[in-house]
Structures are given as structure tokens and as C-alpha cells.
Ligand binder design. Sequence first.
Ligand code: MLT
Length: 407
Amino acid sequence: MIRINENYLKLQTSYLFSNIAKKVSTYQSAHPEREIIRLGIGDVTRALPGACIEAFQHAIAEMARDQTFRGYGPEQGYDFLRQKIARHDFQEHGAQVTAEEIFVSDGAKCDTGNIQEIFATDVRVAIPDPVYPVYLDTNVMAGRTGAYENGRYQGVTYLACTEKNNYIPRLPTAPVDLIYLCFPNNPTGATITKPQLKNWVDYARANKALILFDAAYEAFIRDAELPRSIYEIEGAREVAIEFRSFSKTAGFTGTRCAYTVVPKACLAYTASGDPIEVHQLWNRRHTTKFNSVSYPVQRAAEAVYSPEGRAQVKALTEYYMLNADYIRKAVQKLGFDCVGGENSPYIWIKSERDSWEFFDLLLNKAAVVCTPGAGFGRCGQGYLRISAFNSFDNVEKAMDRIQDALA
Ligand code: MLT
């Protein structure tokens, strides 16, 4: 008899964004004439930067000739891309990361979801609440949690991120081994300072724990004092893995390219306490289960680091940040408290009512899609996330419609 992994039965019936997509599609079928504005899932709407397109096309032309054609590439990614990442994203900012420590992949979603499988199934996991659902769901699938009760999985240490702590989680009181952090945060848009991040790095070093640091939204940081990488913090190389993505930065949500940094100094332990290089484990996993990203996509990603590419990417993120600024001011004018939108493309609004009820109201009365905070965890109840990824015209229109819907 073929049996299932029963941990899957503990999961909520569907993934948050699939659930929302279903609701939106039901609404659209009932109102085919209505133009829906999507500020829900953080999906970019602007074209790829010209430098990326040019590199993409050039690489496709290379694939069209036997002499320049490429088959399988290195599983960890081509050296031309890994070198540029190490230099421009880290070394230039004073973070010591080498090309060998970069693993190119097709998305931070996959990497943040897959990484947990190299750790023991009984490690104690600390996960923020609210949180990007992938961290939690993949640990449920792996059997690291008990049943779901009152909006929470048994066995998980939830790190509440609320108004009371300015959406920055406090250090856990009971010991934990694997810690998920995401800054600028999805979904709250909150940012962490260097001293605050240092507290976490110190905690991990003192407790032989490991931090999984999701920095997918780093390019939206405007405040020069904020850390862009956890490796700007002393000692982080021993205790942290960092995830980055070209998705939101350079418009690659449909093109797919991201990377994970696993420093050689980063250690995890056997049951008997022997230290093992995490790099070696992830390399083993990556080479076994992944064949990297296509050659043209890696060339397109490399172009992000050319002088033109850098200027174009900056313009792209600035465009979305103008939207974020507009949204933040508009919701404040409507009388809502909010956080985010200053160094992040997400605005986290205190909706003062049930998240899903507010989501339904905005969908039905304004034809605007946002993301209900409750979908990110119990602490998200009463909140709504608005994404700045859309055209400025649509953002303006959406905020007008929300104002009318609430009048
Ligand atoms: C989000 O809206 O939270 C993200 O776009 C989802 C993702 O990156 O997978």
C-alpha cells in the first residue's frame, strides 16, 4: 500500500496566494466587466531592464549556433554570475562573501523552502508571526511540527512581530536551533537595524543555532544606516545563510533567478556534536537535485551588474518605491496606522477589523486585491498588506477606489 507523508494533512487546505487567486477568479467570473487592480501578491509589472533583455537575446543567439551552444552548466551557477554577485552585492558593501559561497537558483521561494531538509527533523524552529508562509509550511511538510490548533502549529517557537515590538522579533526565551528572519520584512515591510540584527547573530553564536536570513527585498532599502546583508554583522558568517532574489529587484518573477549564500565558515552539528560545514551539505543537495538556471537567464542576471543594468534596476526599484510612498500616505490619510513602505515595497495596514472581511470588502466594493494579514499568521489578524508592485496609474486608481469603498 502506497502511503502518504501525513504531515501534509496538517497543512491548511491551500497555499495563501493560491487561495486568494481562487477568490479573485470567482469574483472576476461574476463581474467580467470589472477591471481588477492587483496589489496582492508581490508580482512585478514592469518590463525587464533593457540591459537584461540585450544580454538575454545575445545568449539565445549563442544557443542557436553549435559553436557557442551550451548544455548543462555548473549546478551552482556559472562563475561569471557568481563572481559578479560576490563582488557587487557583498564585497563592495564590506561583507566578506566569495563566489564559491554563492549558489544560483531559480527562486528564493524554492531555496527558503528547500534549505530545511539539510537539518535534523527534530531541530527547534523559530518562525516569525506574521511570516512568509513558505518557511512554516515547508517545516510542517518535513514533520517538524505537531497539529494545527488555534491558528498555530504545535512545536514551533513563534516570534511575534507586533506593534508592541515595532515588528522586530524579540530573542526567544526557550532555546531554538533554526531561526528564520526576513528583512526588509515580508509581509510587514519593517526593517531591522544593525544592533538589532547583531543581537540575533550573537544569540545564534552563543547557542550554536543557525539563522536563515531572507533578504529578497534588500534592493528597496533607502536608509544607508540599515544593513543590506546579514554578513555586514560581525560573526554572521559562522551562523547565517542568506537568500537573495532578482525577482523583485530586476523584474525576474517570471524569468526566475535567485541565489543563496552559504559561507564556508557556517557550521551545523551531528548528534554527537561534531561540526560539519553547511556549505558541503547544501552543495551535495544542490548538485543532486538541481541543474541550475538556464544559461540565457544567468546572462540576463549578470547584466544587472553592468553600469547600464545597475542604473536601470535602480530606476525600477525607485518606481515601485514611489508607489509605496503614495500608498502609505493615502492609507494614513484614510486614518489607518501602517508600517513599511519606506524601505520596502509592502505596506502593512492596521485594518481595525477582520483581515479576510476587509479583503472581501475591498475586492467586492473596490475591485482591489490586497493580502489579508491573517494569511501570514495569527499576529497578522486585523492587518492587511498592500503591495507597491503595479503601475503608478493603477496604484492611484486603487487608492481612490478604496477611499470610495470606505466612504
Ligand atoms: C509575496 O507576495 O509575498 C511574494 O511575492 C510571494 C513570493 O515571492 O513567492
